[in-house]
Ligand binder design. Sequence first.
Ligand SMILES: Cc1cc2nc3c(=O)[nH]c(=O)nc-3n(C[C@H](O)[C@H](O)[C@H](O)COP(=O)(O)O)c2cc1C
Length: 254
Amino acid sequence: MRRRSVINLLKSRRSIRIFKPVSLPDEIVKLLIEVGVRAPPFYQLYSFIWVKSFEKREKLAELCRVEAVKNASVILLACGDLRRFSRMLDMLEHKHILSSDKHPVETIISIFETALAVENIIIAAESLGLGSVILDCPLLYAQSIAELFQLPRGVVPLALICIGVRGESPPLRPRLPLNIVLHEDTYREPADEELKNFMSLLDKHMEYENYVKKYTGKDIKFVDYIKAKTELTKEIEKENETLIKYLRDNMFRI
Ligand SMILES: Cc1cc2nc3c(=O)[nH]c(=O)nc-3n(C[C@H](O)[C@H](O)[C@H](O)COP(=O)(O)O)c2cc1C
């Protein structure tokens, strides 16, 4: 396989949402997880569910309603896992933090470690010439997904990683300018104008890419798509309450 420098690879990576429906050898998945866990860990507060069953994938696709879930060669469910570490600490027979009502540091570490491992997996997949996309739908349907994969208490589904053979070649998507995300010594509040300019650039890019139509089938402007996704509705408030309760019941407590 063609080898690319890490910097070039990072600079050119795009999320891929359209895949060719082909299968990949199991060894590739094992290799991806092997390098995923090489990301810097503290306690390794994560678990990955490899979705191999056709029925489970169908159910996942029904819940998430995303085409990538149907066609990707590999679907991995990335979970934050406070359960395993809590059991290890129980074995040390001391009064430990995970038995308490709140453990903000460990909760954040779990999410952080999972994200680092996910990024390693994505970059490794890219280096093998494969494409990938992260989906956040597991968080929206946490309870149903936990039931589908029999996740025990303390194991929380955070994201899906869809990996496969690219069926599209989208352009590089814009990022905030470096002078907005990089601060020297003190935090610099960007001017409204700078933020507006970026939003306008993003909107133009997405229009040019035909992003919303291509991935959602909707005939609306990107800005309206983002507004719809982030609108504070009564329904969202209710969903958030359900998720907060689910996270609390599953040891994810800040
Ligand atoms: C935590 C997280 C959740 C995401 N969830 C979704 C998702 O549900 N659907 C989707 O199409 N893309 C999702 N993405 C991918 C981003 O939308 C994507 O990275 C962004 O469009 C930028 O495109 P690029 O990766 O090609 O630069 C997610 C990314 C992250 C980090």
